[in-house]
Design a protein around this ligand. Structure first.
Ligand SMILES: [Zn+2]
Ligand SMILES: [Zn+2]
Length: 311
């Protein structure tokens, strides 16, 4: 248990060796489930703190900002390098990503690159086809085997010491988010009491409730996006396209498109495939914050229309 506590602070702390942990069998571990239970139980704090429109809007805004941080930044930038930015902005992107409470950017990218290499195969950590829906949604996150960051697969990111630092001490994200919410809630209680909010109320709505929605929205890409929806491309796995999932996850629902061509900044390949993260990236590009957004290749459109006719 003490090791787990130290590992909570230092994500690279594995006294038995990261390789040994990665070679362990996959299994449910209660101590690894505790943070998720804590996150969900924290929502019950609403019984004591109540609600206000300010708190609800903070929760909604944090859902959209952090879902974009996961899909637009952790996924499309850190994992797939679908666009470019400066080193200081890359650092800020990593900090924003940490506030989604999905561990560090290098761990996230390493796990996801492995998913693309072995999608719906036995070694895929979160395949609903191989391991069942519940395991692919949340179970895999309770197994120590999936915890060490495989730095060998993210060498392009590991050359930045500031990113390795944030990846190692990813607890910075939740601490920062909690402190910001509590501090601003207390300030509002003191200087704008008519809003009817306070520190603990913003923590319950902005930290617990909002994060639970971001968490399950992201997990749905592992579970639902490989079970429900349509297939445009024969990708050799069960990845699907789903409008509903694309709306919930700000564009990640076009998962079959993405499995076919991963390097594009755009996952909704057509104008009617709503992809809010891509629109945000376009806006950031217009402001000069990001650049060189990689587009969908002509071959993907040609193959897409040929396979649609074939079906
Ligand atoms: Zn997938
Ligand atoms: Zn991907």
């Amino acid at each position: 248990m003490l090791r787990r506590l130290i590992n909570l602070i230092d994500s690279d702390y594995f006294p038995q060796g990261a390789e040994t942990v990665r070679a362990m069998p996959e299994r449910f571990e209660f101590s690894r489930a505790v943070p998720f239970i804590f996150l969900h139980l924290g929502c019950l704090g609403v019984i004591w703190t109540g609600w206000s429109w300010t708190a609800v809007w903070v929760a909604v805004a944090l859902y959209f900002i952090r879902m974009f941080a996961v899909t637009g930044l952790y996924h499309r930038y850190f994992c797939h390098r679908a666009f470019k930015t400066s080193r200081p902005v890359q650092f800020l992107f990593a900090i924003l990503g940490l506030t989604a409470i999905q561990r560090g950017p290098l761990w996230w990218a390493a796990v996801h690159r492995h998913h693309h290499r072995h999608s719906d195969e036995e070694v895929d950590a979160h395949s609903p086809v191989m391991k069942g829906f519940v395991w692919s949604h949340i179970g895999w996150l309770t197994s120590s085997k999936n915890f060490p960051t495989d730095y060998s697969t993210v060498r392009d990111l590991a050359k930045f010491p500031e990113l390795v630092f944030l990846n190692r001490f990813d607890l910075i994200g939740p601490l920062l988010l909690g402190a910001l919410l509590f501090g601003s809630g207390e300030l509002l209680a003191a200087f704008a009491p008519h809003l009817g909010t306070n520190g603990w109320q913003l923590v319950v709505w902005g930290f617990f409730i909002s994060t639970v929605f971001v968490f399950h929205g992201t997990c749905a890409v592992n579970s639902f996006a490989h079970t429900l929806g349509s297939k445009r491309y024969k990708t050799g796995d069960e990845s699907r396209n789903s409008l509903i999932l694309a709306l919930i996850t700000l564009g990640e629902g076009w998962h079959n498109n993405h499995h076919h061509y991963q390097a594009s900044a755009r996952q909704g390949f057509y104008w009617w495939e709503i992809d809010i993260s891509y629109y945000v990236l376009r806006a950031l590009a217009a402001m000069g914050i990001v650049w060189d957004l990689r587009s969908v290749p002509k071959s993907a459109y040609e193959l897409g229309s040929a396979e649609t006719k074939h079906n």
